[in-house]
Design a protein around this ligand. Structure first.
Ligand code: C2E
Ligand code: MG
Ligand code: MG
Ligand code: MG
Length: 278
């Protein structure tokens, strides 16, 4: 009896497993089509100077807009893109598209401005990642110091030596590096010391509780003090309220990004709001 129950379970698990595999395969194929058929989009979220409130940059954030159906957020498909390796061509598309878009806006009169793109660890681990980025920058003609790559602490987990070599090649070309989601990783300080980033993005989980939670406020103050002594530019993410903004501004946070100033916008809306001011 026990045996037959066990057998039943095996069948059950096998079915569940193959269903999951099928779903993943379907998603992978749909994502591959999305890339080929131009269903991916970048939205751009302004980053402003905390003192002047002038726009100083934007983060490019990917969206998947299927021909029919609702827009899909990166949280829903980036993990699959990473698992399947599709993040490599998608990531190249992101960098190229963002560079071309920024160049267009410069041509239309946008002044001092940096464009930031997210780089996933899987993408960074490609042997020719650095060479690929340099090639895109060269081909598009974007001044390298206008481009910022947002990485996370996890890029250094697998092979820190390799990560440092790649980052050096990128930085030597003039491209800047920002540490994204800072404070959520494991070895924050050690990694920061060894891989010399230009900017540090305070994760929105710390920003969220600034007003209500004294401990979180203290963490943010500590990050700002440390960044200042390391001479790093700090960007606070997820700033939603005037109180959060005032707290960060008054304690020397240089750049602000969040719904308080603007949600991420499609390129044309971003252009109308920040570039084509007539
Ligand atoms: P992230 O790089 O930390 O991006 C910030 C996320 O916070 C974005 O979510 C943004 O829309 C959201 N956000 C901005 N301001 C606020 C705010 O005031 N309040 C709240 N609650 N949220 C805010 P999004 O666009 O859904 O992207 C989520 C994550 O997906 C990103 O986190 C990034 O890790 C990843 N991602 C997005 N685009 C790309 C991409 O092109 N390539 C890769 N590899 N990852 C990407
Ligand atoms: Mg980011
Ligand atoms: Mg972030
Ligand atoms: Mg994040």
């Amino acid at each position: 009896k026990a045996k037959s129950q066990g057998g039943g379970k095996v069948v059950f698990y096998t079915e569940a497993l193959s269903e999951a595999v099928t779903r993943k395969l379907e998603m992978e194929q749909a994502l591959r089509r999305a890339l080929e058929q131009d269903e991916l989009r970048l939205h751009y979220q302004p980053q402003v100077n905390a003192q002047t409130q002038q726009i100083v940059g934007a983060e490019a954030l990917i969206r998947w807009q299927p021909k029919s159906g609702a827009m899909i957020s990166p949280a829903a498909f980036i993990p699959i893109a990473e698992e399947t390796g599709l993040i490599v061509p998608i990531g190249e598309w992101v960098i190229r598209t963002a560079c071309i878009q920024a160049l267009q806006w410069f041509g239309e009169g946008l002044g001092a401005f940096q464009i930031s793109v997210n780089v996933s660890s899987r993408q960074f681990q490609e042997t020719d990642f650095a060479a690929g980025v340099l090639r895109i920058v060269e081909e598009t003609g974007l001044p390298p110091d206008r481009l910022v790559l947002e990485i996370t602490e996890s890029i250094a987990i697998q092979d820190e030596g390799d990560a440092i070599v790649k980052l050096l090649a990128i930085k030597n070309a003039g491209i800047q590096i920002a540490m994204d989601d800072f404070g959520t990783g494991y070895s924050s300080l050690g990694v920061l010391k060894r891989i010399r980033v230009d900017k540090l993005k305070i994760d929105q989980t710390f920003v969220r509780d600034i007003g209500g939670n004294e401990e979180q406020a203290t963490i943010v103050e500590a990050i700002l003090a440390m960044a200042s002594s390391l001479k790093l530019e700090v960007i606070a993410e997820g700033v939603e309220t005037a109180d959060q903004y005032q707290f960060l501004r008054s304690r020397g946070c240089g750049w602000i990004q969040g719904y308080y100033f603007s949600r991420p916008l499609p390129a044309d809306q971003f252009g109308h709001a920040y570039v084509r001011k007539r």
